[in-house]
Write a protein of this length. Structure first.
Length: 383
């Protein structure tokens, strides 16, 4: 509950309620330094029910527009979106509770389409306030139409349902209401967000054609391996994964040898981590459950050695590890969209594979991890 109220309260933060006005000041234009398309047609993914509908194998995350990531997120935002699309990263993940995110993407979609450019995919979420709202099919439809209006589309590409508390009834009925809207053409695909295996199965068993479940999945948080990945593969359900680079914790920035001798006086064996974004604060708690500072830093050094051998970055290795789990065709990471400097680096994730030696070296560190344990979104729900 704490998370949802924090996200809803971010609407009232002056620095973010004015975001829509900030964004209107910027026209849609391609960055002068925008790279050529970096993703080939063979690298695109599709959902089980419609192989002709494709999306990029790395998805642009728009949580940053919800607040807590600085005002610079909104600088030249339309141009940033176009730079990602031009490079082949044409898929965007948002939600109805991500501040002005849907409006920002809506303006971009309209201008992008008017320019006659190629297809862009926008995946949104339906996050009802189940603590205060009694849901009916009419209420569900009203919420979906609000997202359609903000995105300026007559059909939503994908709606992912999140249900905060399983003890509150109505989850399956709400999913069925989304399926009804899908049959009426308002929604193309239905998915879920942060559902554990039992909850996802209950929705699937009710007859909802779920194509994706969005979950946290990284080297620091391997809970999807506790049943979710196996279930999803058996049903042809994709996993969109957030937190796969830990908000930056799994990057070259923090890969360093521990200080010794006089340099470690006062217990400062490493450069302090500045938890200056909402993402870093959230994933820092995950890192502590993983095994704390020392094990996380040890993992980074292993990732750095692997990255150097392949000529890529630590973040590339972290993303590649997630993508290679299971059958290699189920897991697709979401990378937060803040600027354009990481576009080319993200594309390198698709240019190499971790070999067995790499996986064994990583597994040796992971075998000493303490957590997090349980199923999807377990400790976040207080379990």
């Amino acid at each position: 509950r704490t998370v949802i109220w924090k996200m809803r309260l971010s609407y009232k933060d002056r620095s973010f309620t004015c975001a829509s006005r900030i964004c209107r000041a910027h026209s849609v234009r391609v960055y002068a330094s925008a790279p050529a398309t970096l993703i080939s047609a063979t690298q695109l993914a599709s959902f089980k029910s419609d192989p002709k509908y494709t999306f990029s194998p790395i998805i642009n995350g728009c949580w940053q527009f919800a607040g807590g990531h600085g005002r610079e997120v909104f600088d030249n935002v339309q141009a940033k979106l176009e730079a990602h699309t031009a490079a082949g990263f044409t898929s965007y993940d948002t939600a109805d509770i991500y501040g002005p995110s849907e409006e920002i993407l809506g303006r971009y979609l309209k201008a992008h389409s008017a320019a006659g450019a190629g297809p862009v995919q926008v995946f949104t979420k339906y996050v009802p306030n189940i603590f205060q709202q009694q849901l009916t099919p009419r209420a569900v439809e009203a919420a979906i139409r609000r997202s359609m209006a903000k995105l300026e589309v007559d059909q939503l590409d994908l709606v992912q349902l999140h249900w905060w508390e399983y003890s509150i009834p109505g989850m399956v009925d709400t999913a069925l209401a989304l399926a009804d809207l899908q049959s009426r053409g308002l929604i193309r695909f239905v998915g879920t967000t942060n559902m554990d295996t039992a909850a996802l199965a209950s929705i699937v068993d009710a007859g909802v054609d779920v194509v994706v479940n969005q979950v946290q999945f990284s080297l620091l948080d391997r809970r999807p391996l506790n049943g979710m990945l196996q279930y999803s593969q058996s049903k042809g359900i994709k996993l969109f994964t957030y937190g796969s680079v830990g908000g930056g914790l799994l990057s070259d920035k923090y890969a360093e040898e521990p200080r010794t001798g006089l340099f470690s006086l006062g217990g400062n064996r490493y450069t302090p981590v500045d938890l200056n974004t909402s993402s870093l604060k959230m994933y820092w708690n995950v890192a502590k459950q993983f095994g704390g500072q020392d094990l996380w830093r040890e993992l980074l050094l292993v990732l750095k050695r692997i990255a150097d051998r392949h000529g890529v970055s630590v973040a590339n290795v972290a993303l590649r590890w997630v993508m290679q789990q299971g059958d290699g065709r189920t897991v697709f990471p979401i990378v937060g969209l803040r600027g354009t400097s990481h576009i080319t680096d993200n594309a390198r994730t698709l240019e190499f594979m971790l070999d067995q030696g790499d996986l064994d070296a990583i597994a040796e560190v992971l075998a000493r991890a303490k957590g997090p344990g349980g199923d999807i979104y377990s400790f976040e729900r207080g379990n």
